[in-house]
Design a protein around this ligand. Structure first.
Ligand code: HEC
Ligand code: HEC
Length: 317
C-alpha cells in the first residue's frame, strides 16, 4: 500500500481491499469481454427492429434507442431521460452495452434479467407508457412483424415474445477488444500513464467495487461510503426495495466499460465529465482527494476500456 494523505484512516480501504481479494493470487480482478456470445440470430434481428421502433410507445415518439443511443455508447447524453409527451424521468439511462453481464438490471437492481427489465420502460408512464394489448395489436397489424413472430415463435405476436426478442438483441450488444482486454490477454502493453492509472485503480480501492467482467455490475454499493453524497431523494435506491436503512443511497455499481462514451455520469446525471465522476468517486467512496497527476492517470486507464461497437450494429440495416 502506498503512503498518501487520506481524509479518513486508510485502514478502512485496506479492509475493503482484503474483502475483494480475487480467487487466485495471480488472477486479475477484471476479466475480458468474450470474443463470442451465443445468441439466436433471428430473434436478435427481430429484437433490433423492435428496439428502434417508436411505435412501441403510446404517442409513437419514443423507442428504446431514444434513451439508449448507439452513438453514445448505448446510453443517454441527457442527464435524465425524456419519455413520451416530453415527460422528464428521474434517472440517467445506463448503457445497454454489455448489460447482459450485469447480475441485475436497473440502478437499484429491481429487474432480475434483460427480459424482466424490458417490461419496465414499456409500462412506465414517463417512458413509453404502453399496455401489452396495444403492442400486440400493433405488431399483428404490421405484415413484417406478424410474419416474423409466427416464424420464430410459432404463434401470433405476443407481448412476452416481444420482450424475449428485445432481450436476445441486447445479448448481442457486447463490446469486445478494448485496449485493456488486449492487455489482459497479454496481446498489448499499456502506456506508462495507463499502467499507472490501473495501479492506482487497484491500490486506492476502486477495484473493490468495480471488478469482474463489467468492471462493475456485480454488486450493490453505497454512493458516499466514506463521505456522504447528498443526492436527490426522489430516486429509488436499494432501500426502496429492501426498506433496510443501510441500503439508503445504495445502487448497483455501474459498469466502467465504454465509460468515456457515456457522459453524463451517476444515477442522477450530475457529473458532466469523466474527470468529475472519478474525482467525486475517490472523494465520497474512498475518502481521497486525488492530485492532478492521479486524476490524469486514472482517466487514461478508464479510456482503455472502450471496446469495439457491437458487431450486430455493423451488419447493415
Ligand atoms: C424514456 C427513456 C427510456 C426508454 C424509452 C427506455 N429506457 Fe432503458 N433505461 C432508461 C433509464 C432512465 C434507465 C435507468 C432506470 C432505473 O434504473 O430506474 C434504464 C435502464 C435500462 C436498462 C438497465 C441497464 C442497467 O445497467 O441496469 C436496460 C437493459 C434498458 N434500460 C433497456 C431498455 C429497453 C430494451 C428499452 C425499450 C423496451 C428501454 N430501455 C427504453 C431510460 C429509457
Ligand atoms: C464502495 C464502492 C465503490 C468504490 C470504492 C468506487 N466506486 Fe465508482 N461507483 C460506485 C457506485 C455505487 C456508483 C454509482 C453511483 C451513483 O450513480 O449513484 C459508481 C459510479 C462510478 C462512475 C460513474 C459511472 C456511470 O456510468 O455513471 C465512475 C466513472 C466510477 N464509479 C469510477 C470509480 C473510480 C475511478 C473509483 C476509484 C477512485 C471508484 N469508482 C470507486 C461504487 C464504487
Amino acid at each position: 500500500m502506498m503512503w498518501r494523505k487520506a481524509l479518513v484512516p486508510t485502514g478502512l480501504v485496506v479492509l475493503a481491499l482484503l474483502f475483494a481479494a480475487p480467487a487466485g493470487a495471480t488472477e486479475e480482478p477484471i476479466q475480458p469481454i468474450p470474443l463470442h456470445v451465443d445468441y439466436d440470430k433471428e430473434k436478435a434481428a427481430l429484437g433490433q427492429l423492435l428496439f428502434m421502433d417508436p411505435q412501441i410507445s403510446s404517442d409513437g415518439s419514443v423507442s428504446c434507442h431514444s434513451c439508449h443511443s448507439f452513438d453514445h455508447g448505448g446510453a443517454d447524453p441527457r442527464p435524465v431521460s425524456i419519455g413520451v409527451r416530453g415527460a422528464k424521468g428521474n434517472a440517467n439511462a445506463p448503457t445497454v452495452y454489455n448489460a447482459y453481464f450485469n447480475f441485475r438490471q436497473f440502478w437499484n437492481g429491481r429487474a432480475k434479467d434483460l427480459k424482466d427489465q424490458a417490461n419496465g420502460p414499456i409500462h412506465n408512464p414517463v417512458e413509453m407508457d404502453m399496455v401489452p394489448a396495444d403492442i400486440e395489436r400493433y405488431l399483428a397489424s404490421n405484415a413484417y412483424y406478424d410474419k416474423a413472430f409466427r416464424k420464430i415463435y410459432g404463434r401470433a405476436p405476443a407481448y412476452d415474445d416481444m420482450l424475449d426478442a428485445v432481450a436476445e438483441f441486447e445479448k448481442a450488444l457486447f463490446t469486445p477488444n478494448c485496449k485493456f482486454d488486449y492487455y489482459l490477454r497479454e496481446q498489448t502493453e499499456l502506456s506508462s500513464l495507463e499502467a499507472a492509472g490501473y495501479r492506482l485503480f487497484k491500490t486506492l480501492g476502486c477495484i473493490t467495487c468495480h471488478n469482474g467482467i463489467n468492471i462493475g455490475g456485480n454488486s450493490f454499493q453505497k454512493f458516499g461510503l466514506i463521505i456522504p453524497y447528498t443526492w436527490k431523494p426522489i430516486f429509488p435506491d436499494r432501500y426502496d426495495i429492501t426498506r433496510d436503512p443501510k441500503d439508503k443511497n445504495v445502487y448497483k455499481v455501474p459498469t466502467l466499460r465504454n465509460i468515456e462514451l457515456t457522459a453524463p455520469y451517476f444515477h442522477d446525471g450530475s457529473a458532466k465529465t469523466l474527470k468529475e465522476a472519478l474525482t467525486k468517486m475517490a472523494y465520497h467512496n474512498l475518502g481521497f482527494e486525488l492530485t492532478d497527476a492521479e486524476v490524469k492517470a486514472i482517466e487514461a486507464f478508464l479510456r482503455t476500456l472502450t471496446g469495439q461497437k457491437p458487431a450486430i450494429l455493423k451488419e447493415g440495416r
